[in-house]
Design a protein around this ligand. Structure first.
Ligand code: ACO
Length: 147
């Protein structure tokens, strides 16, 4: 955990709107800054503080890595909690420096501290090697229906 804390991850803040968080997420998937106002972003940050933690790594006033964990309270497993890791991305120029691994370490530690009995995620085949390096193993099959 020393590595992760050295990297200086912190929680997402309202002021991150102008620090490239949306541009960074566009390296992962579809997101368009012109469709999310600063006000909407700020409301999102405030509304997502309890069961949804997003952390970021800032470098020279720019967000260079981000990831989220959602805490799902279950009735099964005697009111157990599952952690869901989502939306992991490291800025292209910063990849290959163990930042992604440190990001996952921080999120898994948060899950441990919150009493989760497991942490799960969905990813593309091409990212399985990365998650295996982070201590994850293959489990189950993802299925979806587009709405
Ligand atoms: N396949 C196999 N091994 C990998 C891969 C890969 N795709 N990516 C990294 N690794 C290895 C590294 O070589 C390193 O190995 P080592 O410990 O033996 O040296 C280890 O995994 C850790 O790599 P990091 O440097 O920490 O990874 P990086 O900071 O480059 O981040 C990431 C990896 C997050 C996948 C990055 O490439 C990225 O942002 N990709 C685009 C967005 C993306 O696909 N995100 C994942 C979506 S899935 C989800 O969000 C749940």
């Amino acid at each position: 955990m020393a590595l992760a804390s050295e990297h200086g991850f912190r929680n997402l803040e309202a002021g991150d709107y102008d620090k490239g968080i949306i541009e960074l997420l566009s390296e992962l998937t579809t997101i368009d800054k012109s469709k999310i106002s600063q006000n909407e972003f700020e409301k999102y940050v405030i509304a997502n503080q309890n069961h949804h933690k997003t952390i970021v790594l800032e470098c020279e006033n720019s967000i260079v890595a981000t990831g989220s964990i959602l805490f799902e309270r279950k009735l099964i497993h005697n009111l157990g909690t599952v952690g869901h890791i989502e939306d992991i991305v490291v800025k292209r120029e910063y990849r290959g420096q163990d930042i992604g691994k440190a990001l996952i370490d921080v999120l898994v530690q948060k899950a441990k501290r919150s009493g989760c009995y497991k942490v799960i995620l969905d990813c593309n085949e091409k990212n399985t090697g990365f998650y295996e390096k982070c201590g994850f193993r293959r489990c189950g099959v993802e299925m979806r229906v587009d709405l």
